[in-house]
Design a protein around this ligand. Structure first.
Ligand SMILES: Cc1ncc(COP(=O)(O)O)c(C=O)c1O
Length: 391
C-alpha cells in the first residue's frame, strides 16, 4: 500500500490533505517522496518559524533530547525557566503557563479569565465575548469561543458562556460588557482562519477602553499572529496596547508542540496550586526548540519580516487574477479571481506550497525565507493566478 492508501485506511479522516507525501526539507525548500522540490510558503501553518530543520534549532533540540527528554511538571528544569524568563523579559508579561497547542493555550487563558472574575467580582461573571469569524481551537470550549457556526454544528452542547459580536460592532460589545457579567473579551488581532482579516485599529482601541473601564480582561489569541509572524514579536505590539493575557503556540517552538499563556501583572497570581496543569506542557525538548527560535527573533529579523512583506505586496500589486493583499508581516491573504483553493492546488503542481483561508490564498512563509526563493515563488503565483483568471 502507498502512504496515501495507508493514511486513508488507518488515520481518522479529519483532514482533506493535498495528494503529496512530503519526505524531507531544509529551510524553505521541501521534497516529496518522488524527489519533486517545492518552495514552502506555508511552514506547516505558521509553525516552522525558520523553515524545515533549521540548523541551530535542530542542534538545540537534539542536544536537549540526548540530555533530558521529559520530566513532568513535578520537577524543575532549566529550559522551562529560561524560556519563561525570556518571554517575560521580551514582552513585559509576568508569568507563563506552558501547554502543547493553541487550543490548550486558549483553554488556559479562558480559565485564567474566569478565575480572575470569580475572585474579583464573585460568581456569575464568567461570560467571555469573542468575535464573529474568529477561530480559537477545536476543543469543546475553544469551539464555543470560535465565532463560526459551521464549526459548532454536530458538537453541541458546547461550553456555555460565550457570545460572539461582529468585529466593528462596538455598541453591541459595550452593551454586553456593561451588563456586568463579563469576565473577558477575547480576539485575534488578525483573524487567520477567518480569511486573514485584520481588526480595525479604531475598533481595537474602543474595545480596550471599554474593557479597562469595566475591569474586563483583554485576552489576545496570538496563536497564529505571534512569535515574529506579523513583523513584531507579538501582534498586539503593532497596535500599541498591552493585553492582560495572551495565548500563543504554532511558531513558538519552531516545529515542536508548545503552547504558552502569558499573564500580565494584573493576573499573574490568578492561579494557585492545582488550578491548572499539563503532563507534557513545558517539555524540555520543546522549550529548547523555543529558546533557539525566540533568541533569534530580534530587531534585524523583524525588519527582514517587514521587508519581505513589502516585497510580496509590491510584487503582487496589480498582478493579473489577484486583487489585494491583506494581513501584516508574513501573515498575508491574497484575494484571487479563481479562489484560494483552486490557486493553491495549481501552485502545488508548479512546486509551491501555499495555504488557504476562507476564499483567500494564505501565505505564511518562514520568517527568514531567502529573498531569491520568495521572488521565485511570487513569480509562479503571478503566472498561475493569471493563467487561471484566463481559463
Ligand atoms: C488563532 C488560533 N487560535 C487557536 C488555534 C488552535 O491551535 P491548535 O491547532 O494548535 O490547537 C489556531 C489554529 O489554527 C489559531 O489560528
Amino acid at each position: 500500500m502507498t502512504v496515501i492508501e495507508k493514511d486513508k485506511k488507518y488515520v481518522a479522516s479529519t483532514y482533506n490533505r493535498f495528494p503529496v507525501v512530503l519526505k524531507e526539507g531544509k529551510g524553505s525548500v521541501v521534497f516529496d517522496e518522488n524527489g519533486k522540490k517545492y518552495i514552502d510558503l506555508g511552514t506547516g501553518i505558521a509553525v516552522n518559524t525558520f523553515g524545515y530543520c533549521d540548523e541551530k534549532w535542530t542542534e538545540a533540540v537534539t542536544v536537549q533530547a540526548s540530555k533530558l527528554s521529559h520530566t513532568s511538571n513535578l520537577y524543575y528544569h532549566e529550559p522551562c525557566v529560561k524560556l519563561a524568563e525570556m518571554l517575560c523579559e521580551k514582552t513585559g508579561f509576568k508569568k507563563v503557563f506552558f501547554s502543547n497547542s493553541g487550543a490548550e493555550a486558549n483553554e488556559c487563558a479562558i480559565k485564567a479569565a474566569r478565575k480572575y472574575a470569580e475572585d474579583k467580582k464573585g460568581s456569575g461573571c464568567h461570560k467571555i465575548i469573542t468575535l464573529e469569524n474568529s477561530f480559537h481551537g477545536r476543543t469543546i470550549t475553544t469551539l464555543a469561543a470560535t465565532g463560526q457556526e459551521k464549526f459548532h454544528k454536530l458538537f453541541t452542547p458546547l461550553t456555555e458562556g460565550f457570545i460572539s459580536v461582529k468585529p466593528g460592532d462596538i455598541d453591541a460589545l459595550k452593551a454586553l460588557v456593561e451588563n456586568g457579567d463579563v469576565a473577558a473579551v477575547m480576539f485575534e488581532l488578525i483573524q487567520g482562519e477567518g480569511g486573514v482579516v485584520p481588526l480595525e485599529r479604531s475598533f481595537v482601541n474602543a474595545m480596550i477602553e471599554i474593557c479597562r473601564k469595566n475591569d474586563v480582561l483583554v485576552v489576545c489569541d496570538e496563536v497564529q499572529t505571534g512569535n515574529g509572524r506579523t513583523g513584531n514579536l507579538y501582534c498586539y505590539q503593532n497596535f500599541g496596547f498591552m493585553p492582560d493575557i495572551i495565548s500563543t503556540a504554532k511558531g513558538l517552538a519552531g516545529g515542536l508542540p508548545l503552547g504558552a499563556t502569558m499573564l500580565s501583572e494584573k493576573v499573574e497570581n490568578v492561579f494557585s496550586f492545582g488550578d491548572h496543569g499539563s503532563t507534557f506542557g513545558a517539555n524540555p525538548i520543546c522549550c529548547a526548540g523555543a529558546l533557539s527560535i525566540l533568541s533569534r527573533i530580534d530587531n534585524d529579523l523583524l525588519r527582514g519580516v517587514r521587508e519581505r512583506e513589502k516585497l510580496i505586496r509590491s510584487s503582487l500589486k496589480g498582478a493579473k487574477g489577484t486583487h489585494g493583499v491583506y494581513g501584516m508581516g508574513l501573515m498575508l491573504g491574497v484575494d484571487c479571481d479563481c479562489g484560494g483553493g483552486k490557486l493553491a492546488t495549481a501552485l502545488l503542481e508548479k512546486g509551491v506550497l501555499a495555504l488557504t483561508a476562507k476564499n483567500r490564498l494564505r501565505l505564511l512563509p518562514a520568517l527568514n525565507i531567502p529573498v531569491e526563493l520568495l521572488t521565485e515563488a511570487l513569480e509562479i503565483i503571478k503566472e498561475t493566478a493569471a493563467l487561471l483568471a484566463e481559463s
